[in-house]
Structures are given as structure tokens and as C-alpha cells.
Design a protein around this ligand. Sequence first.
Ligand SMILES: Cc1cc2nc3c(=O)[nH]c(=O)nc-3n(C[C@H](O)[C@H](O)[C@H](O)COP(=O)(O)OP(=O)(O)OC[C@H]3O[C@@H](n4cnc5c(N)ncnc54)[C@H](O)[C@@H]3O)c2cc1C
Length: 360
Amino acid sequence: MNGEVIICGLGPAGRAVAHRALAQGRAVTVIDPRPDRVWTPTYAAWADELPGWLNPAVVAATVREPTAWAIGEHRLDRAYQVLDTPALQRALTVDGARVIADRAVEVNTRRGRVTTAAGQVLTGRVIDARGLARSPRRAEQTAYGILVRRDRLDPEPPTLFMDWRPDNGADPGAPPSFLYTVPLGTEFLLFEETCLAGRPALGLDELRRRLDHRLRARGIPVTGAEPVERVRFPVEGGRPGHGRFGAAGGLIHPATGYSVAASLRAADAVAAGATPWTARARAVAGLRRAGLRALLTLPPHETPVFFEAFFGLPMPSQRAYLSGTDDLAGTLAAMRALFTALPPRLRRTVATAVVGGVRP
Ligand SMILES: Cc1cc2nc3c(=O)[nH]c(=O)nc-3n(C[C@H](O)[C@H](O)[C@H](O)COP(=O)(O)OP(=O)(O)OC[C@H]3O[C@@H](n4cnc5c(N)ncnc54)[C@H](O)[C@@H]3O)c2cc1C
């Protein structure tokens, strides 16, 4: 395990593991067609998910108690942090690594061998962090967001982790979407209408219309000239194990689309040669996939009912389900408690979806 570490892909997962491998004194080669691509998405995470080694200066805003609306309002007793994405990218420096600006075309993590498009062959310990390609077979998350200046908002709306209230003008029978609202530092608030997961997911034009409708209904001043954030990425399809990491390695939580914090947290161990995919973690991944099936099966008008039950769970259960990558007992207990809290009419739908193929 002391040879060179070869990391394919310099997204958040690849960059985090390269950064930690360098911090551990290892020889590192990174391969990405655009190694200097500047990240633009707004990343956020629960504060307790982020690793201690991460420079706190990468946090753009901390919200002590974000709000979730399902049927009713829930104050979540769990700090939520919005990251300063350029600062995060800079903090995950790969200075000292050999950087190859090319595509890895053959990646064999078992044999420890990578061939690039230019025909270069590299051998060592290979980590595949090439992310996930879009495919019609993969459920996706989509969102359309705008940045509104905070000094134009009086009063300023609260941070909304999820707001499923039906004031976005959508047909009650149409696939649902929720509003996500977070501060981006001192200047802006991001308002994002989000389709949590869909196969296919809602289109960005529809989400833009819904966002516009919702913000106008709430008296948020919208000019149409605000900076925009567009979101579309697969939330399923990664495969755990064998040197795959990040989204490619199944670290995306299929029910939230989050993976950045999980990758940051696992980066040290993976850089040192360990795998995050213990038997328990694989079982948790199977349960999470079952949770996604349940979400995709829910009748649209029942989605807020489902989240009403979820946000009514004690915070340790919510945390176990959302972040306990290898907390099998906690995940199972959370799912059991959620199932019990659902109205009987939904239990059958959820049970059928969950039992329809748990593959730990
Ligand atoms: C606007 C937006 C907002 C988001 N917000 C959040 C959030 O708040 N929290 C969160 O956790 N997640 C969020 N996500 C999702 C998050 O971006 C992804 O889950 C995350 O980027 C996955 O990281 P990754 O490094 O595994 O893969 P990627 O980010 O997809 O990176 C893969 C890298 O591999 C490179 N690559 C691809 N093919 C090859 C090849 N053949 N050879 C070499 N390199 C290759 C690519 O160039 C890329 O740099 C958001 C996504 C978007 C679009």
C-alpha cells in the first residue's frame, strides 16, 4: 500500500482523497481531462459530517437550526453549513501531486493499472473517482435556483432545508418539488426549487416556473436578472468497493443527493488504503437504495406526508438515516420508526417498494 496512489477524477471526492494522500506523505498522480476546472455548485452539508482536518474557513455560512416544512413546520436541531465552494477547492490542494490532464480510458482498480487517452500507462494503487455519467436508467436530482441579494429581503426568510408547501403553482397530481433556501455568505440567499429524485426528474423550465410562482406568492422580490444555479446529477448508479470512490463508489445518498461530506469524511481512510465499504456500510447502501425506491413510488400528493413522518423522528434517527454511512442498526431503527409513523395507507406502498429488492 506504500506505492504511488493514482486517482482518476478531480471532483470533490478525487481531490479530497488526493489531498489527504499527499498529507500522509504518499506519492500521488491525479488524472482529469480538466484538472483546473473551477467548481461552481453550491455545496452544503451537516456540520457534524465534516472532518476535523477541513479548514473551517471553507464554511460560508452556518445555520444552527434549519427549518423543514412538510405538512407542518419542523425546526431541525442540527447545524447545517453552506460551503464556500472555491475556498473548498483551494483548501483541497493537490500541490505536490503529478497532474495528468487527460481522460482515463481503462481503469483497472484490481490490477492497479490505468491507461489514458493519450496511451500513457500508469501502475500503482488506483482510485476511481470519475463520478457518474447521466443515463435514463438513473434517477436524477434537478433544481433551478436564483441568488437574491440579502439586503433586498425584509424580513429575511429562514433557512429551509426542505419546504414542501404547495404554493409553487404545480398541479397536485404532478411530480412534487420543494423549496431549498440557504444563505451564501453575507451577500446572497439562494432559493432553489428542487426535484429530489425522479426517473426522469422534473425539467429545469418547469422548476423555474414553480420557483417564480412560489417566490412571488411569498412576496420575495424577483427581477429576473438574478444569477442562476442549475442542478442536474444522477443520484444512483455508483457501485461500492474495488477502489471506486465518491459518486462512482456509491457514496451519494440516493434520498438526498448528498455525497460531498461523505467523501470528505472517508478521504483519510481511503487515502491510507482502507475501504469505506464494510459489510455494514454495504447493507446501509442497500437500505438507502430501498428508500429511494420508496420515494420514487410515492403518489405525488403523499410526498409531504412521508416527510412529515421523517422530520417528526427524533434527531438521532434522522441523523442515522441521512449520515450514518455504516450505522446499520441506526439506519434500520430509523426506517422502522418512519414506517410506524406513516399513515397505514402509505405503509403498503412503502413496504412493497422497500421489499422489492433490497440488495445489501
Ligand atoms: C449545482 C449542484 C449543487 C449540488 N449541491 C450539493 C450539496 O449541497 N451537497 C452535496 O453533497 N452534493 C451536492 N451536489 C452533488 C455533487 O456535486 C456530486 O455528488 C459530487 O460532485 C460528486 O463528486 P465526485 O467527485 O464523486 O464526482 P464528480 O464531481 O462528478 O467528479 C468527477 C471528476 O472526474 C472527472 N472525470 C470524468 N471522467 C473522467 C475520465 N475518464 N478520466 C479522468 N477523469 C474523469 C471529471 O472531470 C470530474 O472532475 C450538487 C450538484 C450540483 C450540480
